[in-house]
Write a protein that binds this ligand. Structure first.
Ligand SMILES: Nc1ncnc2c1ncn2[C@@H]1O[C@H](COP(=O)(O)OP(=O)(O)OP(=O)(O)O)[C@@H](O)[C@H]1O
Length: 421
């Protein structure tokens, strides 16, 4: 005979279980819904591919037609031409310096103040030191002070600034101002609070990037390069793509830095006279001295392998990659240890296949950056679809369990009423 008290306890427990299950169902339902929304957004991203609308005509708001007749016609879709927040500074009383590029030009004194007399150093590159600067309106920027022994004259510098000032994309570290004053030349960029991709991959004190973040970073970089190669008119070849030139914002979204800068002489570690960085340089460029878009694709392939393995190209990355290529699952052996067991090996192999194509020894057999972007997007979408179906399966299972519990509750109610009568 079932006691009334026991029935109450059973009823309460079952009620609690149902409550927990319903809460879980709501939680998973929300996650599932968000995934679907994200998937849809991804598909839209892909179709837009963040490429700007190309215009062959002259955008009068943006183009310096006297100095560059028919030359630069970069049009922006994701970064519509708008007043730079920095230009407010100029308007608000500071000396308004005429700028041929349309970018705000600052005096040496302005920058000196914003960098606390050049004490806020972020790092040192081959061009010179980079400082963090806080502008009066509160905007934080990065100031790249170009070495003063550069052979580049002021006019050439202005030309470079004019060209760079027209390249705007959400996956490029955009130029927001400059300074030519007192023999100094400085470029002012948007500030990237998470520093370089290289620091995330190689500095012990930085947290490891997970697989999802790495895939997103690969896609962001490809979109940045796609803008330079296919969106900018005339196209821009980066010439120095490397993980140190990929900067991450506060959400670890990636932007390509240092594009369009004419480096006068770069010491690449072994081949002086070549432009670029040892480990990332296309071997075909070394033998022919001809730098093409496909040389950028080669460097991008190296970055993809850095994302997979966290092995630096100057630490024999390619030797490991070539060894791994000898077996179909060889890449698993050189996967970054932070990712082992944390990602789908099939996805890693797919990304490695894309990277291998970028490194093809015949440049014309390497994919275009558009093809690379598409391949990475597909890889990301397949992953979302898989997760999506796992979620649907989980929610179906939950519905089944809830159904069973409801049935049991009904039976319990019946038993209780029998016991009471
Ligand atoms: N916009 C920025 N926001 C934040 N940090 C930056 C920015 N630009 C550069 N840095 C940091 O400043 C340092 C030097 O950068 P820079 O681009 O001058 O050199 P590099 O890319 O490391 O080397 P190289 O000049 O040889 O290509 C790097 O540590 C980089 O992370």
């Amino acid at each position: 005979m079932v006691h009334k008290a026991d029935l109450v306890i059973i009823g309460v427990s079952v009620g609690l279980a149902v409550g927990i299950l319903l809460a879980s169902l709501v939680f998973f339902g929300i996650r599932w819904y968000r995934r679907r929304a994200h998937l849809r957004k991804c598909a839209n991203d892909n179709s837009a591919s963040t490429l700007p609308i190309r215009r062959n005509g002259v955008d009068t708001s943006n183009i310096l037609s006297e100095s560059f007749p028919n030359s630069v016609t970069v049009k922006v879709s994701t970064y519509p031409a708008k007043t730079s927040p920095l230009s407010k500074w100029n308007k608000n009383g500071k000396e308004q310096l005429a700028s041929a590029s349309g970018l705000p030009r600052y005096s040496y004194k302005d920058i000196q103040k914003a960098t606390k007399n050049f004490t806020t150093i972020l790092g040192q590159g081959s061009f010179g030191p980079v400082y963090k600067a806080t502008m009066p309106a509160g905007e934080v920027v990065a100031v790249k002070a170009l070495a003063s022994d550069s052979k580049q004259g002021e006019k050439e510098f202005q030309t470079e600034v004019s060209l760079l000032g027209r390249l705007h994309h959400r996956n490029l570290v955009n130029l927001v101002g400059y300074c030519v004053d007192k023999g100094q030349r400085m470029l002012i960029y948007e500030y990237m609070s998470n520093g370089s991709l290289a620091s995330f991959l190689y500095d012990e004190e930085k947290p490891a990037l997970n697989w999802e973040e790495r895939l997103q970073i690969a896609l962001d970089i490809s979109h940045g390069i796609e803008y330079l190669h296919d969106g900018a008119v005339p196209p821009v070849i980066h010439r120095d793509l490397k993980s140190a030139n990929i900067l991450l914002d506060h959400l670890t979204r990636a932007k390509v830095a240092d594009f369009g800068l004419s480096k006068e002489e770069v010491y690449d570690g072994r081949n002086s006279g070549l432009k670029g960085t040892y480990g990332y340089i296309d071997p075909v460029y070394i033998s022919t001295n001809k730098f093409t878009m496909k040389s950028d694709i080669y460097s991008f392939g190296i970055i993809l392998f850095e994302l997979i393995t966290a092995i630096h190209p100057q630490q024999n990355l390619m030797e490991y990659v070539n060894l791994a290529a000898m077996s179909s699952d060889g890449i698993d052996e050189i996967l970054d240890k932070e990712l082992v067991g944390e990602c789908d090996p099939e996805e890693v192999r797919s990304l490695a296949r894309i990277a291998h194509r970028c490194l093809h020894k015949t440049p014309r057999k390497r994919p275009s950056i558009g093809e690379v972007s598409q391949a990475i997007t597909k890889l990301k979408q397949r992953r979302l679809v898989r997760e999506d179906s796992t979620m649907s399966f989980a929610s179906e299972e939950f519905s089944g369990v809830v159904g069973c519990i409801e049935l049991q509750q009904d039976q319990l109610k019946k038993m209780t009423s029998i016991a009471e009568s």
